[in-house]
Design a protein around this ligand. Structure first.
Ligand code: SF4
Length: 467
């Protein structure tokens, strides 16, 4: 049963409002993280919604919005909010702060960087053109507005260039406006205007840290990379790039305190209905990472998943599975490809209704939908699985980076997470055939990076819950 209409409405915390400039037109898109649904509203409606922060009744919202230049009569405001309420997008009253009682990562915890990797960033700004959210901390937003006050007229008002990270009430982080899918601070030449004006320190800490990831597993802070950028894969096997850590950094205490260090949970879901201790998962992960690289990482992932189904986190079973030469049967991956094809196709249709054709995210979703649909043609998946792997070193590196960063421990049990990653690899193998003439972009140079960025950065990874 739907809850009653809120007396002091606010946009729910599971909704992300993002301001987009689409071919010069301003619009606000509400992303419901619970359902994956998108609702598009205009800037004036956002002006009303921004005043609905959980502290005001309808009369108060009308007055507060009018002060900010968004005018509406009470009945029209109520009708608008009732629509959002019917869609499950509103909550009542202010958002309760979640208790942050998790102990911090000890300053003495050693840092363990991914061995043998350094980054050659091409400076082309692909990563600034593809993410659905770029978050600034309060001081980072204030500095950006001071350095470049004319960007979206943000010097005059924070709200002109930034939105709450989630919901409509005040949040710690702020999401920057996107211009045809690009960060508002990315200049037309593909360079960060904040960096150009104020140096690297003028960028948000998340931008400076990208694509490095940090996770504490109780033994060490694993420092790995997100394989979400062509530059990461272009760096594989090339020494002499930028190291993942600043010179001399050896423990958590040597890192910038603003860097987010995730924590690996004490218990990890291994298969549906079964869990293992963090220590057992870490030991399994280390054993798998030490295996010789496979010429077919998708096949290896599927064999590891089968070994977990049969015997849990048995490290010897993982080694035996890795040593087997068999290729995967198409039927093992088919449901995964079907689910990803359906979700990407749905998102692509939604994107066509409002995103610019210049928006890399729109084009990449279309490519993934096409590639997955192509794999569903009779016999196509079998052909791709039997063909020689075009980029075996990239795929082997991907698995190494995922294992080192404990990315397989998430909301999917490990046995399913392995299959999910195999499906991503196979879709990436098929992606080059989905690029139509004239559509290619520098980000297409390494299709796996594109698939990874879209799955996490645009929420397409939720496909794994559709099976
Ligand atoms: S702030 Fe700069 S580095 Fe960060 S996303 Fe925007 S343009 Fe890119």
């Amino acid at each position: 049963m739907r809850p009653p209409f809120p007396s002091r409405p606010r946009l729910a915390a599971h909704v992300l409002g993002r301001r987009h400039l689409v071919d010069g037109d301003e619009r606000v898109v509400l992303h419901d993280l619970g359902t994956g649904r998108l609702v598009q509203i205009g800037p004036r409606e956002w002006g009303l919604l921004a005043a609905a922060d959980g502290t005001r009744d309808l009369d108060g919202i009308v007055l507060a919005a009018a002060r900010e230049g968004a005018h509406a009569r009470g009945p029209a405001l109520r009708a608008f909010l009732e629509q959002l309420h019917a869609a499950g997008l509103l909550e009542d009253g202010i958002e309760e702060a979640s208790p942050d009682d998790a102990p911090g990562v000890p300053a003495a915890r050693p840092l363990e960087p991914l061995p043998g990797f350094s980054l050659h960033c091409d400076g082309g700004g692909s990563c600034c053109r593809i993410y659905a959210s770029v978050i600034f901390a309060p001081v980072e937003a204030a500095r950006a507005r001071a350095l470049l006050p004319l960007v979206q007229d943000g010097g005059a008002r924070h709200e002109r260039v930034f939105m709450p990270e989630h919901g409509s009430g005040p949040t710690g982080g702020s999401a920057v406006t996107l211009r045809d899918g690009r960060c508002a601070y990315l200049d037309d030449g593909g360079l960060c205007a904040l960096h150009a004006r104020g140096g690297a320190g003028a960028k948000p800490v998340g931008c400076n840290a990208f694509p490095t990831s940090f996770i504490d597993d109780g033994e060490s802070v694993r420092v790995s990379v997100s394989v979400e950028c062509a530059c990461v894969l272009a760096s594989v096997g090339r020494p002499g790039g930028a190291p993942l850590l600043p010179p001399g950094a050896a423990t958590r205490g040597d890192l910038d305190g603003a860097i987010v260090v995730d924590r690996l949970a004490e218990q990890v879901a291994v298969a549906p209905g079964s869990r293992a201790s963090r220590a057992a998962f870490v030991a399994w992960s280390r054993r798998v990472a030490a295996l010789p690289p496979s010429g077919d990482t998708a096949a290896l992932l599927l064999r590891l998943a089968g070994a977990i189904d049969a015997g849990g986190l048995d490290e010897d079973a993982a080694s035996r599975a890795a040593a087997r030469p068999d290729r995967p049967a198409a039927r093992a991956l088919l449901p995964w490809i079907e689910a990803l094809a359906a979700r990407a196709e749905r998102r692509s249709r939604e994107d066509d209704a409002w995103r610019s054709e210049r928006d890399l995210g729109r084009r990449a979703t279309r490519w993934i939908a096409r590639a997955a649909a192509d794999l569903l043609q009779p016999g196509a998946l079998e052909v791709v699985l039997a063909a020689p792997v075009a980029a075996p070193a990239s795929e082997a590196f991907y698995l190494r980076a995922v294992l080192h960063g404990h990315r397989l421990a998430g909301d999917l049990p490990l046995s399913l997470a392995l299959r999910d990653r195999a499906a991503r690899l196979v879709v990436a193998r098929a992606l080059p055939l989905a690029f139509a003439d004239g559509e290619r972009d520098p980000a297409c140079a390494h299709p796996l990076g594109l698939v990874e960025a879209m799955l996490r950065g645009h929420g397409l990874d939720a496909y794994a819950h559709d099976l």
